[in-house]
Design a protein around this ligand. Structure first.
Ligand code: PMP
Length: 345
């Protein structure tokens, strides 16, 4: 067997659960509310490569994100672009910083290219101190700072003013604002990409559009940055079917907006219900909530009844992340939790 390079050999493969389920609340996917009846394809030519520039898709995204098509590059999910940007900018040993806990793939992408990943601990209550990040980023001569806002898995959300404070104070690092969940809050800084040449905003259709299966994400930045990063873009990275489907999804922005409002309401209702059941529920700006359950092994017990959530271990304690499902899915979740807790709640 030919050996992998040592930095890759030590990596853990991204593990995805494939156990049977009734209700799937473990991966922050949205509901199946757009395109569930399919999408139209005109003049289908699968013999040809897709539009490598995804021109039509970028123009439609530009309307939603409030920028120009020239500010956008699309990728096979925002994951592809986070990986691409880290790889394009970081040589071996250069530093990439984010808060921890956060999206685990940041560290993996750093390991892949030999960049040094530095995790800045969140506070005990999972809030994040922006001044601490500014100080550490500056003192460590960090090449890239990644801010996940709202943060996965904690749901913690910075205000725009705080994000702007980071942008104003850290000018020598590339700043990736991972806004995968920002549609569920109001704190995007996507409108500022022309003001800060070191800002790259990552967005995705996987969450608020409920289209994780299409694998379509967007990187939004100053036109010069986009042109620069285009050097490392894989040609034809969005297949023809995903381009068609995503373009048609973007013609339904009003439905997306009303879906987002629905999720926020359900997030509030589920948080309220779980707090009444003695859960600690952290404030969330995303389509999931981060909780500390009053019972042990909630993840395993729910899995036994076909309800999938996520489990995290921090500082010797167990926490769970629960995606906000449909009203019916949330009801099943709550019923199962009540029965696990003794049926007398
Ligand atoms: N960023 C964050 C914070 C995420 O949680 C995820 C998906 N779990 C992604 C990026 C990647 O999303 P996608 O590749 O589906 O666009």
């Amino acid at each position: 067997m030919i050996k992998l390079k040592p930095s890759v050999e030590k990596l853990q493969a991204y593990f995805v659960n494939d156990i049977p389920y009734r209700v799937k609340l473990d991966a922050n996917e949205g509901s199946n509310y757009l395109l569930q009846d399919g999408f139209k394809i005109e003049n289908f030519q699968p013999n040809l490569y897709p539009d490598s520039d995804s021109r039509v898709l970028r123009e439609k995204m530009a309307v939603y994100y409030g920028c120009r098509a020239e500010n956008i590059m699309v990728g096979n999910g925002s994951s592809e672009m986070i990986n691409m940007v880290i790889n394009a900018f970081c040589d071996k040993g250069e530093k990439v910083m984010s808060f921890v806990p956060s999206f685990s793939m940041y560290q993996t992408y750093c390991d892949l290219c030999g960049a040094e990943y530095i995790g800045i601990p969140s506070e005990k209550d999972f809030t994040q101190n922006i001044d601490k990040l500014i100080k550490e980023a500056t003192e460590n001569k960090t090449k890239i700072v990644i801010l996940c806002n709202p943060n996965n898995p904690t749901g913690f959300m910075y205000t725009r003013t705080e994000v702007i404070k980071l942008l104003e104070n850290v000018k020598d690092s590339l700043i990736i604002l991972d806004e995968a969940y920002v549609d569920f809050s109001e704190n995007s800084v996507v409108d500022l990409v022309d003001n800060y040449e070191n800002l790259i905003v990552m967005r995705t259709l996987s969450k608020a559009f409920g289209l994780a299966g299409l694998r379509v994400g967007a990187m939004i930045a100053k036109e010069e940055t986009i042109k620069y990063v285009w050097k490392v873009k894989v040609p034809y990275n969005i297949n023809i079917l995903s381009q068609y489907a995503a373009e048609q999804a973007l013609d339904n922005i009003e439905r997306v907006k009303s879906y987002i409002e629905g999720v926020k309401k359900l997030r509030q209702e589920l948080s309220f219900t779980l707090r009444k059941l003695d859960f600690t529920v952290y404030e969330s700006g995303a389509n999931f909530i981060f909780v500390k359950a009053p019972v042990e092994n909630l993840f395993e017990k729910l899995m036994d009844c076909g309800v999938l959530i996520r489990k995290f271990n921090y500082g010797g304690e167990v926490f769970n992340r629960i995606t906000i499902g449909t009203k019916e899915e949330n009801e099943i979740l709550v019923e199962e939790i009540k029965s696990i807790m003794g049926g007398n709640q």
